[in-house]
Design a protein around this ligand. Structure first.
Ligand code: THU
Length: 127
């Protein structure tokens, strides 16, 4: 299996999801080949929960990475789990029309471009 997908699946295993029990992992590859992983981190107030995708993006940005090639997103669902709306906005902001591969632990995969999941985005070009 593609190592980026394996890293997303591994990140999923260490997700902090005691409330929903819905574990998600993400792995973001930068243009230097570096990989930044993330898992969902839930909070007792629920609303402060951060999704795996945003954890991966913010980790990458905070480590100095600025250009990205692709992201893998792992969850244990048969209909593969896509990024939520908030994550699509953040992915657009930092990664542009990035390639997204969804994967589950049984090896099912599906690939998308972000622009197909997030048409007509609001971004800095409007400001
Ligand atoms: N979640 C993610 O981490 N990424 C997604 O793409 C969908 C949802 C998390 C948030 C929350 O911890 C749990 O999954 C259930 O919504």
């Amino acid at each position: 299996m593609d190592p980026l997908l394996q890293q997303a699946l591994r990140a999923r295993e260490i997700a902090h999801a005691p409330f929903s029990k819905f574990k998600v992992g993400a792995a973001l590859e930068d243009t230097d080949g570096g990989v930044h992983t993330g898992c969902n981190v839930e909070n007792a107030t629920y609303g402060l929960t951060v999704c795996a995708e945003r954890v991966a993006v913010f980790k990458a940005i905070s480590e100095g990475a600025r250009k990205f090639r692709r992201m893998a997103i792992a969850a244990d669902t048969d209909v593969l789990t896509p990024p939520c709306g908030a994550c699509r906005q953040i992915l657009w902001e930092f990664c542009g029309d990035v390639e997204l591969t969804l994967v589950n632990p049984r090896g099912k995969t599906e690939m998308f471009r972000l622009k197909d999941l997030f048409p007509r985005p609001f971004d800095a070009s409007f400001l």
